[in-house]
Design a protein around this ligand. Structure first.
Ligand code: PGA
Length: 251
């Protein structure tokens, strides 16, 4: 059975107050059960507080939104995979489209980050997705395949990984992919992975991200190849985030 996951990506948002709100909201008993999981990708500075608040809640994990492509050294401002492991952060988001577009992260840089994360046993949430222009030119599958090439070439990297399909045109725009559009790309990704390792392809969790909210989450999560969501804006509003989490309980 594949793990169902709802992950929140806070991006450059948050405060001590939001941390307190999230702890209060997610501490409700029986919110998640069985193998379902919630992962909070918060800014680095809030990770220790969240880690300690959820220490006794195995269904709630805490992750970093980024990690350095370098192991250590003279790279001012960077946070390494070893540092994350050192303070007990077990999850990391890599390849988000905002990192790719705004911080010039190439597939080569993303590949270096994936290798370091694997070296420190971090569970990676690898984001892939096409722009509107690429979709309109019929290039969606080609783009996704290209972004996944690094893990196709090095299948060991897939062992501790979740893949999030996030069409760039749907992120923060309110323009969600339809459940059918999302399912079709998820099925494509799973089929690609079947060519690498069929057992792994059947067990890896594939999340959809891009304007997921409490209204559209159920229809997306009920698709056969969608195992949950990566939620941006709606993860900052506790009532809405809780509603989205409740949606994965029903599958
Ligand atoms: P959104 O962001 O839910 O605000 O569209 C998703 C993401 O960027 O991960």
């Amino acid at each position: 059975m594949r793990q169902k996951i709802v992950a929140g990506n806070w991006k450059l948002n948050g405060s001590k107050q939001l941390c307190e709100e999230v702890v209060a909201a997610l501490s409700q008993s029986a919110l998640l059960e069985g193998s379902s999981q919630c992962v909070l990708f918060a800014p680095f500075v809030y990770l220790p507080a969240l880690l300690s608040a959820f220490e006794k809640s195995p269904c709630i994990q805490v992750g970093a939104q980024n990690v350095s492509q370098y192991a250590q050294g003279a790279y001012t401002g960077e946070v390494s995979a070893h540092m994350l492991e050192d303070v007990g952060v077990g999850h990391v988001l890599i390849g988000h489209s905002e990192r790719r577009a705004l911080f010039n992260e190439s597939d080569a840089i993303i590949g270096d980050k994936l290798k370091l994360a694997a070296q420190y046993q971090l569970k990676v949430f690898l984001c892939v997705g096409e722009t509107l222009e690429q979709r309109q030119s019929g290039l969606t599958e080609q783009v996704i395949q290209h972004q996944l090439q690094v893990v196709i070439n090095e299948p060991a990297l897939l062992k501790n990984m979740v893949i999030a399909y996030e069409p760039v045109w749907a992120i923060g725009t309110g323009m969600t992919a339809t459940p059918e559009q999302a399912q079709s790309i998820h099925a494509f990704i799973r089929q690609l992975l079947h060519g690498v390792d069929s057992n792994l392809a059947d067990t890896i969790s594939l999340l959809y991200g891009g304007s997921v909210n409490a209204t559209n989450a159920h229809a997306l999560f009920e698709q056969p190849d969608i195992d949950g969501g990566l939620i941006g804006g709606a993860s900052l509003k506790m009532n809405e985030f809780l509603e989205i989490i409740k949606c994965i309980k029903s599958f």
